[in-house]
Design a protein around this ligand. Structure first.
Ligand SMILES: [Zn+2]
Length: 274
């Protein structure tokens, strides 16, 4: 039986080489890219259909150069500390850079660990699934974090990084005693990039870390200054941010003219226990 469940009738799946099939005959093909599409048409009405092909490529290019490796390391460390076996869910996995790093670390301690990664973007899923090709312990599905195709209390650790936050659904799938590990941008994250683009840059808002019904364990602040010496990477970075679509022509021209950039890459890693 797989960790993912049928999004139509909620029953368990049997997996063959190229499909997931439930006992009621609902069948979902595994794409040639290696992920299963469990999105129903009602999931597609979301305002944010997820990253497009260009954004996924920009993200992969940028992250592969290690600019955010400190975050990958801290997330891996946090997951290893909280996980004692079972299932890890990466809700909103993107192109899978962090997912792969986390799995690699966890696998050394728990060879039986199972990992489920979901993202609403099919392009992101294709990129993430490629990282886990041939690994039966890791499954990738196109699915919404607002309707996770997993049974109640089936995840031991839930990882969410810069993804939309859906409290009810996260509480539903997380086991009692399980951990939710979240990464959010710190107050100073990318401030110098914003200062280069906007006349009046603002710091990121720091949120109230309390989540109803979850116990707050700890927050870890990690920060480094990154130096980017080429415009290609600066553009990739900019396209990864929420500002990309909110910025006017003048702002984009400023980004396009930046030859180098020194900026803060700061994050908060927050750990909660159910
Ligand atoms: Zn079904």
């Amino acid at each position: 039986m797989r960790v993912f469940i049928c999004p139509v009738c909620k029953s368990g799946f049997q997996r063959t080489d190229n499909s997931y099939k439930c006992e009621n005959g609902h069948c979902f093909d595994i794409s040639a890219k290696g992920y299963v599409n469990l999105l129903l048409s009602k999931d597609m009405n979301a305002k944010l259909p997820g990253d497009n092909k260009m954004m996924v490529k920009a993200r992969t290019d940028f992250l592969s150069k290690g600019y955010y490796s400190h975050l990958a390391e801290e997330m891996s460390k946090a997951v290893c500390q909280c996980f004692s076996g079972g299932v890890i869910l990466d809700a909103g996995c993107g192109e899978g850079y962090y997912t792969e790093e986390i799995y690699r670390s966890v696998n050394k301690l728990h060879p039986d660990a199972r990992l489920c990664a979901i993202d609403i973007s099919k392009f992101a899923c294709a990129a993430a699934a490629k990282r886990f090709k041939g690994n039966k312990s890791c499954e990738t599905a196109a699915a919404s974090v607002f309707r996770i195709p997993m049974a109640d209390e089936s995840a031991d650790v839930l990882v969410t990084m810069f993804a939309p936050f859906c409290r009810e659904e996260y509480l539903r799938v997380l086991k009692k005693g399980g951990f939710l590990i979240m990464a959010i941008p710190a107050e100073n994250h990318l401030f110098s990039l914003k200062a280069a683009v906007y006349d009046e840059p603002y710091k990121n808002e720091t949120a109230d870390y309390n989540i109803e019904e979850l116990g707050f364990c700890e927050s870890r602040h990690i920060s480094r200054t990154i130096f980017i010496d080429n415009n290609e990477d600066i553009k990739s970075l900019f396209s990864m941010t929420p500002y990309y679509y909110k910025t006017g022509v003048e702002g984009h021209e400023r980004v396009n003219s930046l030859k180098s950039l020194e900026t803060e890459a700061g994050f908060e890693v927050l750990i909660y226990k159910k």
